[in-house]
Write a protein that binds this ligand. Structure first.
Ligand code: CO
Length: 139
C-alpha cells in the first residue's frame, strides 16, 4: 500500500482553499463533486499523495455529521491498493470491521471503500483503487 490522500473536513471550501493555497504555495487545485458521498472537494497534489479538502453538500453527508461531532480537521487517511475488493476481503478475514462491503465511486475516478475507525485505532481508513482505463484526467 501507499498513501493516496489525506481527507480534511472543512465547513467552507473556498476559505479552506485560500489557507491551503498559501500553506502549500500551490495554485494547482483540482475541484470535484462526489455525489455518492455528498461532498465537494478541492485537492492538492503533493508528490504521489494528495490533500483533499472536503466540504459537505448536504446536512446528511457523512462530513456534516463529522463536523457536528468533531469540528474541522483530519477526517480520513486513504491508501492506494491494486484491487480494492480483494483488499476488503483480505482485511475482513483479518478481523477488520468494514463500513463498505463493496467498493463504490470516489473522487478522481477511483473505486473506494472505508474501514470502521473502531478497528483501526480511531483512524477512518479509506482504500482506493485507481481507474484502470486511465479515466482520471484531473492531473
Ligand atoms: Co478520500
Amino acid at each position: 500500500m501507499k498513501i493516496s490522500h489525506l481527507g480534511i473536513a472543512v465547513k467552507d471550501l473556498a476559505s479552506a482553499e485560500t489557507i491551503f493555497r498559501k500553506l502549500l504555495g500551490d495554485d494547482n487545485i483540482h475541484h470535484e463533486t462526489v455525489a455518492d458521498q455528498k461532498v465537494r472537494i478541492a485537492s492538492f497534489q503533493l508528490g504521489d499523495a494528495m490533500i483533499e479538502l472536503t466540504e459537505p453538500t448536504s446536512p446528511d453527508s457523512p462530513i456534516s455529521k463529522f463536523l457536528e461531532k468533531r469540528g474541522e480537521g483530519i477526517h480520513h487517511l486513504a491508501f492506494e491498493v491494486g484491487d480494492v475488493n480483494a483488499e476488503l476481503a483480505r482485511l475482513k478475514g483479518e478481523g477488520f470491521q468494514l463500513l463498505d462491503e463493496k467498493s463504490r465511486a470516489g473522487s478522481h475516478g477511483m473505486q473506494i471503500a472505508f474501514l470502521h475507525p473502531k478497528s483501526t485505532n480511531g483512524v477512518l481508513v479509506e482504500l482506493c483503487q485507481l481507474p484502470s482505463d486511465g479515466s482520471d484526467t484531473s492531473h
